[in-house]
Design a binder for this molecule. Sequence first.
Ligand SMILES: NC(=O)c1ccc[n+]([C@@H]2O[C@H](COP(=O)([O-])OP(=O)(O)OC[C@H]3O[C@@H](n4cnc5c(N)ncnc54)[C@H](O)[C@@H]3O)[C@@H](O)[C@H]2O)c1
Length: 370
Amino acid sequence: VKKENCTIKVNLATNPYEVRVGSHILYSIGDELLNLDISPGTRILVVSNNDVATPYCGSILKSLESAGFLPKQLILNAGEKHKTIQTISLIHNAAYEHQLERNSLIIALGGGVIGDMAGFAAATWLRGISFVQVPTTLLAMVDASVGGKTGVNHPNGKNLIGAFHQPKLVLIDINTLKTLPQREFCAGMAEVIKYGVIGDSQLFKSLEGTNHLNSFESLGERMILEIINNSVRSKADIVERDEKETGIRAVLNYGHTFGHVVENLTGYGHLLHGEAVSIGMVAIGQLSVEKGLWSSSEALRQTNLLRKAGLPVKWPTLDHNSVIRSLQGDKKVRSGKLRFVLPSAIGKVTISSEIDIEEIKNLLNILDKT
Ligand SMILES: NC(=O)c1ccc[n+]([C@@H]2O[C@H](COP(=O)([O-])OP(=O)(O)OC[C@H]3O[C@@H](n4cnc5c(N)ncnc54)[C@H](O)[C@@H]3O)[C@@H](O)[C@H]2O)c1
């Protein structure tokens, strides 16, 4: 084990677990599970898709078998459009065929789509069995795999069906990022920069001081490990304080409200989630500037950092009324008021529900001109 490997504890009262980050740690997953007191002979369903199964599933199955487990794999179609309740049925069918019992385990090997679905299948099979996250996208490593949100999309909206179900372990092997398409890598950087803005000014400065942010190769292993460790720590801290998102956890949605609007109105599949979040962060940053809460120079630093990470920052041409309708339909709307996470400094945000429609209209006029 390399000395850079690191373990982050997610100290939840009822479901504490560890996030292990390192290089090439995927190949010791069997031993990792034995260390968690999961007994040899346990039945395991490894859920993945073709993009990740081909390079990684064989090694995982081998490691599990040599530790004495009984693993089977299920390979699903890749893509957000398959994040549906129908696909959950496929996982349940495989769970039935592989005779998963109360003490069996599901392993999610893939990006956020696989993690959310395998987690939800685990939450619902036999009223909840254990699962382990092995995230293979930067976004899933720094965000989706930690915190226990699982679920699928409904035809009327993203992530409308789901459950909180914490994993038993999160195993992050940064080496898997080497096969990740660069555009997906950059999309994950949006969430990393988000952690910088919402609470970790050191991380933000460290990213500013790095020449290239847009690929695994240009960042190098040491920096990637640092970025992931810091991001996971930020997420774990917030989840520990508010596991079910009744308060502070909402800060993780920074940039996401406008991001969802952009995703919605430009058509799903056009922009990646992280790309839409990048545009959303710039938009909400500008709103904060307009309200006199944030300095325009810091907002510019955010824009420049997102650009350096290869992310789009320009607000697309969108009909203003459609934007407002879409904002009002967002899950984050509470009792008719628009709630936003607004930055007041790099590393500091507040949640505000004091935003009215006129301010949004004014913002949209400004965004159209920038
Ligand atoms: N649960 C949460 O807290 C949470 C948080 C953020 C996002 N999400 C969800 O995560 C999803 C987005 O996740 P994502 O960005 O990881 O997308 P994704 O899972 O669709 O993965 C992106 C693409 O990369 C491929 N891929 C994954 N790992 C690879 C690898 N190592 N090498 C080559 N190809 C690889 C995938 O097959 C897919 O085509 C959304 O559905 C979103 O709702 C959940």
